[in-house]
Design a protein around this ligand. Structure first.
Ligand code: PMP
Length: 428
């Protein structure tokens, strides 16, 4: 039997950095990642047979618990009918109808295979619809790895940002403006400086890629108003928050209707499935009826859609989100209490099945404030918890997730371990 360390050495020889997505390598917290052999309920099991309580939940995709029996049964049945046809299926129609029913701002919906594709397509669509080029994104939000969204903030509105990845030409981000999250003044200024030029504003309506950061109600309302006034398409990137914070997503909790919404993660229940949708008038600009091209060989894959439909059924159960939100706040309130008892500054927040904890005395409202958190303490906490069988996201810039099977027994166990860890956090 290989150890995680041995397999990681082998992996690095044949996969760049040993992983198929960078944050899995523990590049932020250091150390060797574990290799998952299987998952069940609220736990992952690595190749050494060690069990971890999982608060990453496939970066938010897993909301009903790993290897859910109902989902497995339906996927198994679907497998027998073949995996991909290259023709439309009834399943896709059922799925799109269901999404339109659950999210009132979505009149029409199209499926793709990843969140990156969903946001990239929504941006192209917004540009095609408005016949404008500029887009606005916010510092600390992540929208996948398409070229025009891989950008670091510049030093002000008039200075353009730089690509945050090599291989992205400056020209590709020339029309992307990066503003600070929750900075209403900057937003007003951007619309003043670029009148009738901004095609879309894309935002994580609760940000989860700089840890969890909420929008202020003033900011999000102004954003909606400014977009409406300026004929700009408001895109809510709900790849993380969709069906995660509430059945109707962040837009339901915030009471704001975006023009386009992107979803992913939860809707595929762990299968490669994502999508985007919104106003019919905008969606109808897509090929084959409109001039905005967008396509995918595996889009609407029948196995992935079946898994998604099974998950959508499960999350519509009575009080599903109430229970999820209660579990998340039980975990966060407990963590804060025991940290504070040990004299450690920790603040916490949670929305539905998504949470954030910050080694800082206040809940941050921007990327700059998240950065004020104590990185060294976080990294130590992460590893001490991991050693004891609790897997939190391996970076202080990521939100955490729970599933419906993270019950009070699992949370109590986590808190008991955390209590031991907080006691030795400064000494280890
Ligand atoms: N948007 C958001 C808000 C995300 O959190 C992510 C992934 N973490 C993406 C887009 C990209 O999704 P994917 O990794 O499926 O391409």
């Amino acid at each position: 039997m290989l150890t995680n360390k041995e397999l990681f050495e082998q992996a690095k020889l044949c996969i760049p950095g040993g992983v198929n997505s960078p944050v899995r390598s523990f590049n932020s917290v250091g150390g060797t990642p574990f290799f998952t052999a299987r998952a069940e309920g609220s736990s992952l099991f690595d190749i050494e047979g060690k069990e971890y309580i999982d608060y990453v939940c496939s970066w938010g995709a897993n909301i009903v618990g790993h290897a859910n029996k109902t989902v497995i049964a339906r996927v198994t049945e679907a497998l027998a009918n073949g995996f991909s046809y290259g023709t439309p299926t009834e399943l896709e129609v059922v799925f799109a109808k269901k999404i339109c029913e659950l999210v009132p701002s979505i009149d029409k919906f199209r499926l793709v295979s990843s969140g990156t594709e969903a946001v990239m397509s929504a941006i192209r669509l917004a540009r095609g619809y408005t016949r404008r080029n500029y887009i606005i994104k916010f510092n600390g939000c992540y929208h996948g790895h398409s070229d025009s969204l891989l950008i670091k903030a510049g030093s002000g509105l008039q200075t353009f940002g730089n690509p945050s990845s090599s291989g992205v030409p400056e020209e590709a981000v020339r029309h992307t403006l990066v503003l600070e999250y929750n900075d209403t003044e900057q937003l007003v200024e951007a619309f003043r400086v670029y009148p009738e030029a901004i095609a879309a504003v894309v935002i994580e309506p609760f940000a989860g890629n700089m840890n969890l950061v909420r929008p202020t109600s003033e900011f999000i309302q102004q954003l909606r108003e400014l977009c409406t006034k300026n004929g700009t398409v408001l895109v809510f990137d709900e790849v993380m928050t969709g069906f995660r914070v509430a059945l109707g997503g962040a837009q339901q909790l915030l009471g704001i209707k975006p023009d386009l919404t992107t979803v992913g993660k939860v809707i595929g229940g762990g299968m490669p499935l994502a999508g985007f949708g919104g106003k019919a008038e905008i969606m109808d600009c897509l090929a084959p009826i409109g001039g905005v091209y967008q396509a995918g060989t595996l889009s609407g894959n029948p196995v992935a859609v079946t898994a998604g439909l099974a998950v959508l059924d499960l999350i519509q159960q009575q009080d599903f989100y109430l229970r999820l939100a209660n579990s998340a706040s039980l975990l966060m309130d407990g963590l804060k209490k025991i940290a504070n008892e040990e004299g450690i500054s920790l603040s916490v927040d949670s929305v539905g099945g998504m949470f954030g904890f910050y080694f800082s005395d206040r809940v941050p409202q921007s990327f700059a404030e998240v950065k004020e958190g104590n990185q060294e303490l976080f990294n130590r906490f992460f590893h001490l918890m991991l050693d004891r069988g609790v897997f939190f996201a391996p970076s202080m810039y990521e939100a955490g997730f729970i599933s419906a099977v993270h019950d009070s027994r699992v949370i109590d166990k986590t808190l008991a371990i955390a209590r031991d860890v907080f006691k030795i956090l400064y000494t280890q």
